[in-house]
Write a protein that binds this ligand. Sequence first.
Ligand SMILES: C[S@@+](CC[C@H](N)C(=O)[O-])C[C@H]1O[C@@H](n2cnc3c(N)ncnc32)[C@H](O)[C@@H]1O
Length: 273
Amino acid sequence: MSTAPVNPNKALWEKGDFTRIAETMRESGEALVGRIGITKGLKVLDLGCGDGTTALPAAKLGAEVLGVDIARNLVEAGNRRAAQQGLTNLKFQEGDATNLQPIPDQTFDAVVSIFGAMFAPKPFDVAKEMVRVTRPGGRIVMGNWIPNDPTLVAQILRISSAYTPPPPEGFVSPMTWGVEKNVLERFGGAGIPAEKVSFARDTFTFNFKGTPAQFVDEFRAYYGPTMNAFDAAEKNGKAADLQRELVDLFTSQNTSKQGTSIPATFLRVTVTR
Ligand SMILES: C[S@@+](CC[C@H](N)C(=O)[O-])C[C@H]1O[C@@H](n2cnc3c(N)ncnc32)[C@H](O)[C@@H]1O
């Protein structure tokens, strides 16, 4: 039996199958990559890349892309997708945003992390690592969900947190990356002055073929954070309440008559190294 200590950050994302949710994010991933200046030959790191929602379209634009993710199953899924699509300029490997060794300093023209690095612990280390592997004059682009925002993802987390035990002491919420002051502090700690950091509100739309209630079922069955919330709610006999709250949320945010289409606001951060 393995005696290696469990890394809860890794375990969370290897739980379930995030590719099921990522399938609903493809159009927005592609559109986002199209508007952040990814061009042929650019060396790009996609950090917390999942199975390649943004890494694949970046490679299709001709960039040399490395996808790094802590979850082994998502790295494998990403490499399968790259092979299926014949993309030889795209590779996925396991790695932790808090420590990107053995990647050398100043390797990339651009580091992209869309709802990825925000989920790593130790945000000051994460900022330092992103800066370290970016070449001088290069860019870092992060997409971060915004705490207390009225749109989908912040609301899923708000609802779920009411059903889960409080996090361990010292835990830093991933959502703190959606607050400009924190972002400036973290990149400031990595030597980046505030004038080199800019912010914009942007939108990512989740598109799912079934009903909003069926989309909630996908989250319940495959999305680690929601699976954990249901595990905790079940222990307290409250799973039906959590289900109802989420179905109400997804239904009220759905903008499509055919299936489910839910736009969600995020903070786009651009850092010039
Ligand atoms: C919400 S998913 C987003 C995935 C992908 N960027 C997308 O948009 O489809 C968060 C991703 O961050 C990864 N992640 C979480 N903590 C990480 C860490 N410490 N280092 C690298 N990746 C991490 C997860 O495994 C997961 O793939």
